[in-house]
Design a protein around this ligand. Structure first.
Ligand code: SF4
Length: 351
């Protein structure tokens, strides 16, 4: 069994006129000692999945459903129970029971066995507190105030920091707003790698870093996974980051899984063997685009058919196929041992 298993995770937002499914029935497993990446354009649901798993408030009023387990233990409310948020983002009274249940399940894990490096690294830290104090407090929390262990973890943190071209002294008299996004990201990464994390949830973990530091950061993450058996759930739009880090990849288009594969399959495989949306991701990364209209969750998206139908060049060139793609949702289907694609064009015949 994977160290993190997620079943049918769904998130929906209420707008003034629509209920928008930002994430629809997403399932995956992150095995122990492996890195699983969620890949898709900005707005495809990657960060929403992270937030839902961490029990964080959604950006807009909405619902979260589905179920997740960590090492076989539940870490989310049971399926079909939803956490509803009000217009101001607060939890609705009728959902407080489920919300508290999730918080109770997550509390012993967060910052101890579960570590997070999320987007907006500056805001991962408190505004007015010296960075040095914040880091020490976080490490103390990981050790349950064990002094010897604290010193060992602080030493480990310091060594990561130095590999990432920063020092403990540099943090002594600075608060987060005096640091760059890249510096905050490096500090957050170093802090969350120390000790024995069981799972890291990382959302675009190196976006604010320069290329050279990014390579060092990726190497540190891989070494930690190998030496500790830590599992990583990575969300990224960055193809090169995925190639450097991931063991397996789940491709999300408008909040739906359209493809999953072993990362090794990308070596030496013709890009035309992948889902049409994955091909678009591949080439738009070369072109420097990180978001594309129609690739993210949108009000009025045609949720009953293929989420890529409006942009798909294959369906666009075949009116009969397009009609089917717009009306019926393709299921994931194995094309090889470690590769599944949801696409009617692979079915050979149109039913
Ligand atoms: S199911 Fe249809 S619209 Fe979707 S990717 Fe395949 S051919 Fe294109």
């Amino acid at each position: 069994m994977g160290s993190l298993r997620v079943e049918k995770l769904s998130v929906a937002y209420r707008t003034s006129r629509h209920l928008v499914r930002a994430v629809s029935d997403v399932s995956f497993s992150v095995e122990r000692g492996k890195i699983l990446a969620l890949w898709g354009h900005s707005g495809c649901g990657k960060s929403t999945i992270m937030k839902a798993l961490l029990g964080l408030p959604l950006d807009d009023p909405g619902w979260v459903g589905g179920q997740a387990w960590f090492n076989g233990e539940p870490v989310s409310p049971i399926a079909d129970n939803y956490i509803a948020h009000k217009q101001d983002g607060s939890i609705r009274k009728d959902s407080l029971g489920f919300y508290r249940q999730q918080q109770k399940l997550l509390k012993p894990l967060l910052g101890v066995s579960w570590r997070t490096v999320l987007q907006e690294p500056i805001y991962s830290f408190e505004m007015s507190r010296l960075m040095d104090v914040q880091v020490r407090n976080s490490i103390r929390h990981m050790t349950n105030n064990g002094k010897g262990r604290f010193d060992a973890l602080l030493g480990e943190f310091s060594s990561y920091l130095e590999k990432l071209d920063l020092t403990l002294d540099y943090l002594e008299d600075r608060v987060n707003l005096q640091l760059s996004g890249g510096e905050c990201q490096r500090i957050g990464l170093a802090m969350n790698l120390v000790g024995n994390p069981g799972l890291m949830l990382v959302d675009e973990p190196t976006t604010a870093m320069d290329n050279q530091t990014r390579q060092v950061a990726n190497q540190i993450i891989r070494e930690k996974v190998k030496s500790s058996g830590m599992s990583v759930l990575l969300a990224s739009h960055n193809r090169d980051e995925l190639l450097a880090l991931a063991d397996s990849i789940v491709v999300l288009c408008s909040g739906e899984v359209v493809e999953r594969f072993d990362r090794k399959i990308m070596d030496g495989t013709d890009v035309n063997a992948f889902h049409p949306y994955t091909r678009k991701l591949w080439f738009s990364f070369d072109a420097g685009e990180i978001s594309a209209r129609g690739a993210g969750a949108e009000v009025g998206s045609p949720k009953k058919g293929c989420p890529f139908v409006r942009e798909c060049p294959i369906a666009g060139a075949d009116s009969v196929l397009r009609e089917k793609c717009a009306a019926q949702k393709p299921e994931l289907r194995a094309v090889s041992g470690d590769h599944e694609i949801a696409c009617w064009a692979l079915e050979g015949e149109q039913k």
